[in-house]
Design a protein around this ligand. Structure first.
Ligand SMILES: Nc1ncnc2c1ncn2[C@@H]1O[C@H](COP(=O)(O)OP(=O)(O)OP(=O)(O)O)[C@@H](O)[C@H]1O
Length: 577
């Protein structure tokens, strides 16, 4: 990955991490004393073997044991305290970035979903998990490894050499572990994610899957992804397990070798028995962080990948800059030489489209499937950015408006209406925590949804699910229309608004369009069905992403009919085959 492109995101992550600098210092301080107290065991052994046993003094043993119990107690408290502080540092880091990452995920997903936007929140969690995991604690303990090794050397140089060689070998093993386990861990986590996505998609489309008799095929597909995930998990676990077991047995072997060498030196009268035991314990302490890091490497690996991926996401979606707030616009919408390329595509879905819409007008956009009607709707609502040209609302380009404000000025009914888990009132009020009942009812009335809603057992407080739940397609569409009108928009963009409506619904929709026009607002209707353009003053005809006609509705239709007749006649004369 290009480091320069990650820099802005990385800097943002580092700044969030820096906010907990005080807490890290506290953890460092606790770790210092906790590690100092790690010397309790070896020192106790030294005293017991070399003083208590040789002097046969029970009082000394009792006094020493009480002191050791106290010191171990303090060490336990310090260990617990640093764990608590790290948990809070991790939580603070996540809380600080949660909203920013979620905003970036939503922003990126609405334009061009990428790997980093799909995994954004998971990546943040994996970084947070590392912060609270024992691996990070091992990083605070690791500086003590050389100190403990030096302590062993003070007992006897040979013991020191054995400890340094053994420790160095384990460090090499941990570096090898880092390289060899990278791929298996990453593959395993991405395969699990893929299997979960497939499962989620099948679950959310369960109705269609069963109705079309696709269950067995869909389950097979899920099973393949799941098996692959398991396969990678087993491979990752084998690699991690292999390294972990090897490190553990090497550490035990080294401790025994240390005892053996110590015993030899005792026999040669070069070491006391106490130093022999203390050396072995010290070696165990010195190697503990390395062993821990190897055993828990998967957590660190996921966090490193998460950090890189988050840096990418935050660099791709920089924080919104401060905008000078513009006054509420008039219903004046202009597209100037508008060219739009769908995210991830290279060919333009709309080319050089121009038109102007004034207050009180309604524009119908017609054209065959794939001609670019929905693309135009997305560009006019600011969801997709123009690749060329401009969209201006009351003279200002759309990106000069705050996105949330723009959403209030331009009401949008997408082709496929999706509701959110919650009450109908909350859905109409665009998920406002405290929906304004008057505005909700007014919007529902405008969308001719009020009567339908109050007939439901719990009226506006009926809980609906993401796919509408108990509501019919037409009912969902009317609620979607009410939602589009909730903020009293000056421009209303309706993408195939009557695709699910019956006659009454279509009439009510036309009534709503009339009301909008009378209030001095403007409406755009992307349509297939003639009933939808009944209230339109202007008509824009698209074909293959290009404008083929634009003007007053009846003129455009008349020209189209004349052209059609001409083509028919020419065909009759054998002109066109
Ligand atoms: N998310 C997308 N990613 C890539 N290409 C897209 C995307 N959405 C639309 N397109 C492409 O843009 C072109 C215009 O599609 P668009 O959905 O705007 O047509 P439409 O006129 O609304 O069609 P319909 O009447 O069937 O809804 C098509 O060629 C389509 O393949």
């Amino acid at each position: 990955m290009n480091q320069a492109l990650l820099q802005a995101g990385q800097e943002e992550l580092r700044a969030a991490r820096r906010e907990s600098r005080g807490l890290y210092w506290a953890v460092g301080l606790f770790s210092f004393f906790a590690n100092l107290l790690m010397l309790t065991g070896p020192l106790y052994m030294l005293q017991v073997y070399d003083r208590v046993l040789s002097g046969r003094s029970l009082e000394t043993l009792i006094a020493l044991s009480l002191l050791v119990a106290f010191l171990y107690g303090v060490m336990g408290i310090l260990d617990y305290a640093r764990g608590r502080v790290m948990a809070r540092a991790g939580a603070r880091f996540q809380a600080r970035l949660d909203r920013r990452v979620f905003d970036a995920v939503v922003h990126q997903s609405s334009r061009m979903p990428t790997q980093s936007s799909a995994s954004g929140l998971r990546d943040l969690e994996s970084v947070q998990q590392l912060m609270t995991s024992p691996v990070l604690m091992a990083a605070f303990d690791a500086p003590w490894t050389p100190v403990f090794l030096l302590g062993i050397s003070l007992f006897h140089p040979w013991l020191g050499i054995l400890a340094v060689v053994g420790g160095g070998f384990l460090v090499l093993v941990s570096i090898l572990n880092r390289f060899l386990s990278r791929q298996p861990i990453l593959k395993s986590s991405s395969a699990s994610h893929h299997a979960a996505l497939i499962g989620e998609q099948i679950r959310s489309e369960a109705e269609m899957v069963r109705a079309l008799g696709m269950q067995s095929a869909a389950n097979d597909r899920w099973q393949v992804a799941r098996d692959e995930a398991l396969l990678h998990q087993v491979a990752a676990s084998d690699t991690a397990g292999g390294f972990s077991a090897f490190t553990k047995s090497t550490r035990l072997l080294l401790q025994s070798a240390m005892l053996g060498l110590g015993a030899y030196l005792v026999l040669a009268n070069e070491l006391t028995p106490g130093a022999m035991i203390a050396g072995s314990i010290l070696l165990g302490r010195a190697l503990a962080p390395i062993e821990l890091a190897i055993g828990q490497w998967a957590v660190a690996q996921r966090a490193l990948k998460g950090w890189e991926s988050l840096s990418q996401l935050l660099s791709d979606v920089p924080p919104e800059g401060q905008r000078t707030e513009l006054p509420a616009p008039k219903a004046k919408l202009e597209a100037q030489q508008l060219t739009v390329v769908a995210p991830g595509e290279s060919q333009a879905a709309l080319r050089m489209i121009s038109f102007e819409l004034k207050p009180g007008q309604a524009l119908g956009v017609i054209g065959p499937s794939g001609s670019g009607k929905s693309t135009l709707a997305r560009a006019l609502t600011g969801v997709w950015r123009p690749a060329g040209g401009r969209v201006r609302l009351d003279g200002a380009t759309l990106d000069q408006y705050d996105p949330d404000k723009l959403g209030q000025y331009i009401g949008y009914l997408p082709q496929r209406v999706q509701l959110f888990e919650g009450t109908i009132a909350q859905n109409i009020a665009r998920l406002a925590a405290q929906p304004d009942p008057k505005k909700v009812v007014a919007a529902a009335k405008m969308a001719a949804a009020h009567d339908m809603i109050v007939k439901l057992p719990e009226g506006y407080d009926t809980i609906v699910s993401a796919n509408g739940g108990r509501l019919s397609g037409g009912q969902v569409q009317r609620i979607g229309l009410a939602r589009a009108m909730y903020s009293n928009p000056v421009i209303l963009v309706l993408d195939e608004p009557n695709s699910n409506l019956d006659n009454d619904g279509s009439n009510a929709l036309n009534e709503a369009i009339r009301t909008m026009k009378q209030a001095g607002n403007a409406v755009l209707i992307m349509a297939h069905r003639p009933a939808a353009i009944k209230e339109c003053d202007l008509l824009l005809v698209l074909d293959g992403g290009a404008r083929t006609a634009f003007g007053p509705r009846d003129e455009v239709l008349r020209d189209a009919v004349a052209n059609h007749k001409q083509i028919q006649q020419t065909k009759g004369q054998g002109g066109v085959q």
